[in-house]
Structures are given as C-alpha cells and as structure tokens.
Ligand binder design. Structure first.
Ligand code: SF4
Length: 367
C-alpha cells in the first residue's frame, strides 16, 4: 500500500475532489475519476481491491508515495456477550489511545459505529469518566476514518453484515474538533469514501453555541443532537461546565437556528441521574424553554458502574418522570441500559452503547 509518511497528508482525509485539487497544487495532474478510483479502493472497499479500471501507474505511485496510509493499531477488542456490542481500543502512532464501538441495530445484519473525536475531553461533565481525564488532543480525520474502516472491515470479513451508520458519541466533544469531524463526516458519506448515508451520521454536542450556529449556517446534512440533561440554568451549570460559558438562553437560540434548517424533530438528550434531574421542576423548565419546538427527548441512563457519585433512577422514578413528560406531547425515547459495565470507559460512550441497540432508526442519542 505504499510507504507511510507521517508528515504527508493522509489519504483517508481526502474526498476525490480535494485529492485531485491537492495533487494539482503539487504540480501533478490527477483526474477526478482517478482520484475516485484510488479512494474507492483504499476507503470504500473493505477488501481494498484494485479497481477494474486501473489508474495510470505513475499517478498511483505519486498518490501512494506522497500521502500517508498509516492505520490505527487495534490494541483490544471486547465483545459484550449479552448484546454483541464490540468495543475497540486503538493506538495512534503517537501512542494515544482511543475507542470505537460496533453497535448492532434492530435491522438484521446492520451496525452503526460509535466514533471518538478527541483523546480525552475538555468539557468536564461531572458525570463522565472521560471528562475527568481531561483533554489531550483532537483526533485527525484519518484517525477517525481508520477506526471506522477497521470496525466496518472486520464486520464484513466475518460475514456479519454492513456498517450503515456512524455516530460521533465516543470520547470527546465532536464540535470542539469541528473541522476534523465535519471532514470525517464528508469522507464517511462520500460514495468513494465510507458510503454511509449522510442522514445516518449523527454528531452530538453538549452545547457549544458558536459551533451549533455554524453547523446550522453551513446546512450540513448530518444530524445534530444536543445534550441538555437539565433545563434549569444553575443545575445545568453544575453538571456540564460548558453551561457556564453559554446560558440556556443562548443555547436555546442556537438550537432554534438549527431547528430552522433541520429536517424532522430536534433531539435533546437527557442523562438521567437519580435525585438530580427527574423532578417536576425540570419538566416545567423544559416546557417553558423548549415547549414550542418539534422535539424528541432521548432519556439515557447514567452509567453508574464507576465511582462518579451518580446513580440510575429506579423503575418507579423513571415511570414517574415519563408520566410527567407527557405534558410536552413529544416522542420520548427510553434507552436500553444493558452492556454498560462491560464498556464503562466513558459516560457518553456507555450511554451510546445502550442507546442504539434499541433504536430501529439506527440513530442513537448522546449523553
Ligand atoms: S459526556 Fe461527552 S462532552 Fe461530556 S465530558 Fe464526557 S466525553 Fe466530554
């Protein structure tokens, strides 16, 4: 597959249009159809077969010797026997460790892959193990594509089926790594890239207001999910430090700017924590702030396997909260909670694991 050049652009980070343009800047003419064929070979095809319409030898050599084709190393795979979720631990060339999860969907033989966007996370959500680790660095597009490819290609080779979705809900706040995540989504959804329907790509955020506005302005076709978790200003600030930077008024305005261009309902995620955010006051605050929007609420169990000091609501408390939420008149989606102990590295990741396994749409909620 050619030699690896760590300081060269990575082939996985390109769409054909960008690859052809980049080659032109290097003084080498690479036609769009040639770029398409090379990227289809290395990204789209799980078996990386050479195209039936071969690319000119000199063009192929230029592309493979002037770009990197580095891959992540798989350090570990952990299969949860109860639900067949597979968690991957990867190592980057600099030693950074990240995760991805293959999640079975309701549709037989279909999976989605949960991708990390950063090494660690700067958001510091108090209920999340990753938040307590702090931030190391952003993941690059090629690292996210490499993670996707490894998960997808292994499912293909094992004859299990097709990875037909991707969610950015692993470690990190995706919109804190905006450019790389959006470029990854572009490559994932490109016919010569990951071949994932753009509507099956979901990006989550804990509420970075400028980036939500930018996402809305740029009118990306991917889904955005906003983690609210509390509609009460002071409580939310205590749970999600990002709420200290952006008030609920500002977040609400940004969500409305997204709602104005989005298709379908706006999903708000709510990480349920016992004794914290399932009271009547939360429902009233939610109704007052967002009751006019076409919402969908994703309720997610907190991962209480660790020692973060938060625990799951009881079945009775959950029922009471669900009853209260009926006043909103919007779909409430309760997420399955299995498999968390097995995959309890990150509050968000664990929530995602539980989410997609019960969602026939294949669109998990975020934490
Ligand atoms: S929940 Fe998500 S955004 Fe919050 S600290 Fe954890 S990884 Fe970061």
């Amino acid at each position: 597959m050619g030699r690896s050049l760590l300081d060269a652009p990575h082939l996985f980070a390109f769409t054909p249009e960008a690859l052809s343009a980049w080659a032109g800047e290097q003084g080498v003419a690479v036609r769009l159809d040639e770029a398409r064929r090379v990227l289809s070979e290395v990204i789209s095809d799980p078996e990386e077969r050479v195209s039936r319409r071969p690319v000119k030898k000199s063009t192929r050599e230029f592309l493979l010797t002037h770009t990197s084709q580095e891959r992540l190393e798989v350090v570990e795979r952990a299969v949860d026997p109860s639900d067949q979720f597979v968690k991957y631990l990867f190592r980057s060339p600099d030693g950074a460790l990240t995760e991805a999860v293959r999640i079975p969907l309701h549709k037989p033989c279909h999976f989605t892959v949960c991708l990390s966007s950063q090494v660690g996370c700067a958001m510091g959500c108090v209920f999340c193990a990753t938040g307590r680790l702090g931030f190391s660095r952003n993941l690059e597009t090629w690292e996210m594509i490499s993670a996707f490819k490894i998960v997808r290609d292994e499912a293909h080779r094992a004859g299990l089926g097709r990875v037909s979705g991707a969610v950015f809900m692993g470690q990190g706040e995706p919109l804190h790594n905006y450019d790389q995540v959006i470029q990854t989504a572009r490559v994932l959804s490109h016919p010569c890239g990951g071949r994932i329907d753009a509507r099956n790509i979901t990006i989550s955020t804990v509420g970075l207001v400028p980036q939500i506005r930018r996402f809305a302005e740029e009118r990306h076709p991917y889904k955005l999910i906003v983690s609210l978790t509390s509609a009460i200003e002071e409580k939310r600030k205590g749970l999600l430090p990002v709420a200290g930077r952006f008030s609920l008024d500002e977040l609400g305005a940004a969500i409305r700017s997204y709602a104005a261009v989005a298709r379908g309902r706006i999903t708000l995620a709510w990480v349920l924590m016992r004794g914290v955010n399932h009271g009547q006051e939360e429902v009233l605050a939610l109704k007052e702030r967002f009751g006019d929007l076409p919402l969908r609420i994703n309720l997610i169990d907190i991962n209480d396997a660790g020692d973060l000091g938060y625990s799951r609501v009881s079945p009775a408390e959950l029922k009471e909260f669900l009853d209260r939420l009926q006043v909103l008149g919007v779909p409430i989606v309760r997420r399955y909670s299995g498999g968390k102990e097995k995959h309890a590295a990150c509050g968000m990741l664990a929530a995602t694991l539980s989410d997609a396994s019960k969602d026939p749409s294949g669109t998990p909620a975020l934490a």
